[in-house]
Design a protein around this ligand. Structure first.
Ligand code: SF4
Length: 455
């Protein structure tokens, strides 16, 4: 006889199945795209040519949905706070709610407004450009060797879209009034050769994240040649191609030349016993659309091992358990994308309004456990400067008043080979000041150089 076991979803804090409808939002509802045909919409070239690069072009796309107030707010942010210039493909703009731009999660991270930022603490006193110190760990220009067996190859310093919170704001994208971007000194061909050469001589490395910027901006012949050369190095067993464009500009991955190159790479990887995967960066469920799913399906059909998502935790974008679970289930059910990581936003300048405290991140990890399959339950991680990724629960100590968390590590980064004390040190990470009790906030006020606002 069957037991009385009740599985009543209405009694759960998060309810599944999802209620959202999986359709491409109708771009013709936006004044600037009213006349755009499906053929144009699905053309990568058309998307790139019509990507929004400034507030005027945003107005052309959104018409009266972009109020003067919001437009001025965006302009002020570009002038006084932004660390990235504006670049939003129509595909991405189409995932925003034009009727509530102020609160739209995608707008909030792609098109930051001055009024979004925290009035007293737009910036943490310990924030810095290149907050992860990647360039200090370059083995060759653009090749970060931080972990014992894996490296990050920055092939290019541009993307088809610019995210307001970009960790690599130091190098990626165009200069903005607040930030003069650094530039690679060497030509791409020279840099790629130097990277390959280093990897041929370094058998302890088995895993290469091929990134940027975004690999979607590397001419496909160059990308194929580089990845193919990686596969010729016997020690390289894992290759991950990092691209947010899979979500922001899926049209790129549906082009014939890109599909053919990816197919050849998948076949070669299979023959060589190399695992090749794509890593993308989706921060909100609204961004998982049928076009994204179509591009993912093609990649998986070719024999790529997986398409995984590395999202960034951003306040007001995905900072509740509901947001995260809705995103993870959308990735899994609709996109066939594996939820993998959610990173704490890094400590770059002017990013405080997006960042969460470690306590909040730990709570989120707790609250999403048990709903998703174990293999698809993302780890909430923090990239600790001079350490690398740590799971938020691996915290060694935590001063909740000053918002300082302490972390240890179990390997030497590329710059500590001769540092006997590296493994015994504790490394610090900082919560946003406005999340601290009054005493902690006062402590940080005292650390600031005396300005009229903090005198
Ligand atoms: S796609 Fe990645 S590298 Fe490019 S701007 Fe966004 S976060 Fe930065």
């Amino acid at each position: 006889m069957a037991r009385k076991v009740k599985a009543d979803p209405s009694r759960q804090p998060f309810q599944y199945p999802l209620k959202r409808v999986f359709v491409e939002p109708d771009w013709k509802r936006l004044p600037g795209y009213k006349e755009v045909s499906q053929k144009d919409w699905e053309s990568a070239l058309w998307q790139r040519q019509h990507s929004v690069k400034n507030v005027k072009e945003l107005k052309d796309a959104l018409g009266s949905y972009l109020t003067d107030e919001i437009a001025e707010d965006l302009l002020r942010d570009q002038k006084e706070r932004a660390t990235m210039s504006i670049l939003v493909p129509p595909q991405m703009l189409n995932t925003m709610n034009e009727r509530d731009l102020q609160n739209d999660p995608v707008r909030r991270y792609m098109l930051p407004m001055f009024s979004d930022r925290h009035a007293e603490w737009p910036n943490h006193p310990q924030a810095s450009r290149d907050s992860l110190h990647e360039s200090e760990m370059w083995a060759t220009e653009g090749l970060t060797h931080r972990y014992p067996t894996k490296v990050l190859a920055e092939m290019i310093s541009t993307c088809p879209q610019y995210c307001g919170h970009c960790t690599r704001m130091d190098l990626v994208g165009n200069s903005v009034p607040q930030v003069q971007k650094h530039k690679f000194e060497h030509q791409p061909k020279e840099r790629y050769e130097a990277m390959l050469d280093y990897l041929r001589k370094t058998p302890s490395v088995r895993d290469v994240v091929v990134s940027g910027g975004d690999v979607a901006n590397v001419p496909i012949a160059q990308l194929e040649a580089f990845v193919s050369a990686l596969m010729d190095i016997p020690n390289i067993k894992d290759i991950r191609l990092a691209t947010k464009a899979l979500q922001a500009l899926p049209q790129h991955f549906l082009q014939d030349d890109v599909l053919k190159a990816f197919d050849r790479l998948a076949k070669k990887a299979w023959e060589r016993g190399v695992d090749i995967a794509v890593h993308t960066h989706v921060n909100h469920a609204n961004q998982v659309t049928p076009l994204v799913a179509k591009a993912v399906k093609k990649i998986l059909e070719m024999g790529f091992r997986d398409v995984r998502n590395q999202g960034v935790l951003l306040r007001g974008v995905n900072s509740t358990a509901k947001d995260l679970l809705e995103l993870c289930f959308s990735l899994l059910d609709f996109g066939k994308i594996m939820p993998y990581y959610f990173y704490q936003a890094d400590m770059i300048p002017n990013s405080e309004h997006w960042r969460l405290s470690i306590a909040e991140a730990k709570q989120l990890q707790h609250d999403i456990m048990g709903y998703l399959p174990g293999f698809a339950t993302p780890r909430v991680t923090v990239d600790v400067p001079y350490v690398g990724k740590r799971w938020v629960h691996q915290i060694a100590d935590y001063d909740r008043v000053k918002g300082v968390s302490y972390w240890t590590k179990n390997y030497r980064t590329g710059i500590e080979t001769d540092d006997e004390g590296a493994l015994g040190k504790r490394y610090e990470y900082y919560d946003p000041v406005y999340t601290l009790p009054a005493e902690g906030q006062e402590y940080w006020r005292q650390q600031l150089p005396k300005t009229p606002a903090h005198a």
